[in-house]
Design a protein around this ligand. Structure first.
Ligand SMILES: NC(=O)c1ccc[n+]([C@@H]2O[C@H](COP(=O)([O-])OP(=O)(O)OC[C@H]3O[C@@H](n4cnc5c(N)ncnc54)[C@H](O)[C@@H]3O)[C@@H](O)[C@H]2O)c1
Length: 257
C-alpha cells in the first residue's frame, strides 16, 4: 500500500517505537492519528507534526475508549488505512516471590494492555478499514502491524505475563489475517529484541548491558526506534507480506537473566 495520503493510527504514539513510527509514516506522506494515555507527551507529538496529525488520549485496554478513538479519526480524516499497535507495558514479577504468588492485578494489567488492547485496536480499525474503497493497485483496504517481542518465545525471569501477552499477539496474527483477507486487509507482527526506549530505560543499566554483551549476536547494541519504524513502513508498502511475525533483534537469543 502506498502511504502518501493514507490515514494511519499508531498506539503508544507518545514514546519509543510508536513515536518513531508516527514520524516515519508522516515523513512518507501519511496523516497520523496518535493514541496514547500520556496526554502531555502527545502534545509534543502534535506540535511536531502539526496539521498532518491528530492526537487523542486513548486507553487501548478500554473498548469504549478505542471505539470512540477510531470514530474520531473517521470523523476528522475520513477513514483508517493503517493501524500500528505499539502501546505496551512490561510490568514484571516472579511466579512466586517472598512467599507471595504473582500478583493477579499485574497479570491482568499486562494482558489487558498488550494483548486485549492490541485486539481492541485490530477489531475497530479493521471495521473502519473494511469500508475503504479498495486500492486500484491490488485491491488492498488496510494494513495492521502489531508489536510482539522476542520474549514471546524467550521470556526471562519475571516475564510470565509479558511473555504470555506477546505470545498471544503472535498467536492471533494468522487467524486475524485469515479473517480479514477477504476484505483486502493484511496483518503482520514484529518481534523486536532490545530497543532503546523508555521501557528499557526503566531496567537497571547492568541488566540491559548484560543483554547487549551476552545475548545479542551482531551488531552489539540496542536497536534504534527508527529501525523499527522503517520496518513498519516497509510492511505497509510491501503487499506480499502477510500473516507472519518478523524478528527484528540482531540475532538475539535471550537467556534466563
Ligand atoms: N523497547 C524494547 O526493547 C521492546 C522490545 C520488544 C517489544 N517491545 C514492545 O514495543 C512496544 C512499544 O514499547 P516501547 O519500547 O516504545 O515503550 P515505551 O514505554 O517507550 O512506549 C510505550 C507507550 O505505550 C503507552 N501506553 C501504555 N499503556 C497504554 C494504554 N493502556 N493505552 C494507550 N497507551 C498506552 C505508554 O504511555 C507509552 O507512551 C510495546 O508493546 C513493547 O512491549 C519493546
Amino acid at each position: 500500500m502506498e502511504l502518501h495520503g493514507k490515514i494511519a493510527v499508531v498506539t503508544g504514539a507518545a514514546s519509543g517505537l510508536g513515536l518513531a513510527t508516527c514520524k516515519q509514516l508522516a515523513a512518507a506522506g501519511a496523516l497520523i492519528a496518535g493514541f496514547d494515555r500520556d496526554e502531555k507527551k502527545l502534545q509534543a507529538l502534535k506540535s511536531d507534526l502539526g496539521d498532518a496529525c491528530l492526537t487523542r488520549v486513548v486507553d487501548v485496554a478500554d473498548e469504549t475508549s478505542v471505539k470512540d478513538g477510531i470514530a474520531a479519526i473517521v470523523a476528522a480524516f475520513g477513514g483508517v488505512h493503517v493501524a500500528v499497535n505499539c502501546a505496551g507495558v512490561a510490568d514484571a514479577a516472579k511466579t512466586v516471590s517472598k512467599g507471595e504468588p504473582f500478583p493477579i492485578a499485574t497479570w491482568n494489567k499486562v494482558i489487558g494492555i498488550n494483548l486485549t488492547g492490541t485486539f481492541n485496536i485490530i477489531r475497530f480499525a479493521a471495521l473502519a478499514m473494511s469500508k475503504n474503497t479498495p486500492d486500484a493497485d491490488g485491491g488492498e483496504r488496510g494494513v495492521i502491524v502489531n508489536t510482539a517481542s522476542g520474549a514471546a518465545s524467550q521470556g526471562q525471569i519475571g516475564q510470565a505475563a509479558y511473555s504470555a501477552s506477546k505470545a498471544g499477539v503472535i498467536g492471533l496474527t494468522l487467524p486475524v489475517a485469515r479473517d480479514l483477507a477477504p476484505q483486502g486487509i493484511r496483518v503482520v507482527s514484529i518481534a523486536p529484541g532490545l530497543f532503546d526506549t523508555a521501557m528499557v530505560a526503566g531496567m537497571p543499566d547492568n541488566v540491559s548491558q548484560s543483554i547487549i554483551d551476552r545475548m545479542i549476536l551482531y551488531p552489539n547494541r540496542m536497536g534504534q526506534p527508527r529501525e523499527f519504524a522503517r520496518l513498519v513502513q516497509h510492511i505497509v508498502e510491501n503487499s506480499y507480506l502477510n500473516a507472519t511475525t518478523l524478528n527484528l533483534d540482531a540475532g538475539a537469543r535471550m537467556q534466563a537473566r
